[in-house]
Design a protein around this ligand. Structure first.
Ligand SMILES: NC(=O)c1ccc[n+]([C@@H]2O[C@H](COP(=O)([O-])OP(=O)(O)OC[C@H]3O[C@@H](n4cnc5c(N)ncnc54)[C@H](OP(=O)(O)O)[C@@H]3O)[C@@H](O)[C@H]2O)c1
Length: 224
């Protein structure tokens, strides 16, 4: 299995690289040129393609021959970074490749997620503040996912809860809709978010799904 990790130098990306290597996969990582040093610990075990993740040429080169593509979707800047990244992957991944994307609970596939007022208020504030200071384009991550949902690729969009660092607790549990009691704890270890994404590469029951995940040892998961 040859997999491409797009956004490999970030926190989630480095876990994605680690779990992929643990499975014996051949790994190609894409990250911004200035962040290549963050991958020093694995540089002799992976192929690194430096460049912006929304650059079609960079992505075309990186995903060539890959059976799976793990994409960290981030909405940084006012440059359609998320939608540009998603589009490049949708356009250039190999036919039949498994495409797994990360995002947060705020993405809704079918509009049937139920959010708390606290969550909705925080999201509205973050969207507004990000736009005002021109640092983050949360709406563009929504657009990225709209394009993924509309595509006929073999995709999975993994929707992460709030994240924390720490030892793995194992594969997170998931539900189709935020608001389901099993997700109430709203906390997942970042390493396990990555574990779920790597797991999705080989779980065909997750094709065309947008699982919202939560840590398997969280109180709500245990209660369920
Ligand atoms: N943080 C949370 O609590 C949370 C909750 C739910 C879901 N998620 C999802 O989890 C995923 C990872 O999020 P994370 O917060 O944990 O971050 P992360 O893994 O640290 O990843 C951040 C990524 O953004 C890149 N980046 C940073 N600044 C940038 C800029 N100005 N322009 C372009 N790229 C830039 C980083 O690349 P460099 O290495 O080059 O800096 C890195 O690849 C995302 O899909 C997010 O939606 C996060």
């Amino acid at each position: 299995m040859r997999v491409c990790v797009i956004g490999a130098s970030g926190k989630l990306g480095q876990y994605l690289v680690g779990h992929s290597l643990d499975r014996g996969y051949e790994v190609v990582g894409v990250c911004r040129e200035r962040s290549v040093g963050k991958l020093a610990a694995v540089a002799d075990r992976i192929t690194i393609v430096p460049g912006p993740t929304n650059d079609a040429g960079v992505i075309r080169e990186a995903v060539a021959g890959c059976d799976g593509v793990l994409t960290v979707l981030v909405p940084w800047g006012v440059q359609q970074y998320s939608s540009g990244t998603a589009q490049a992957v949708l356009d250039h991944a190999e036919p039949g490749a498994r495409l797994v994307f990360s995002c947060g609970w705020h993405i809704s596939r079918d509009g049937r997620d139920r959010y708390s007022w606290r969550f909705r208020t925080a999201l509205r504030l973050a969207t507004w503040a990000g736009r005002v200071v021109r640092a983050v384009e949360i709406d563009d991550q929504v657009e990225a996912c709209r394009r993924i949902f509309a595509s006929d690729r073999r995709w999975t969009v993994v929707r992460g809860s709030d994240l924390e660092e720490g030892e793995s607790q194992g594969l997170p549990v998931w539900s189709r809709h935020v608001g389901d009691p099993i997700l109430a704890s709203n906390l997942t270890r970042r390493t396990d978010f990555a574990l779920f994404m790597v797991h999705a590469l080989t779980d065909d029951t997750l094709v065309g799904e947008a699982p919202a995940i939560v840590g398997r040892l969280s109180p709500s998961a245990r209660a369920a």
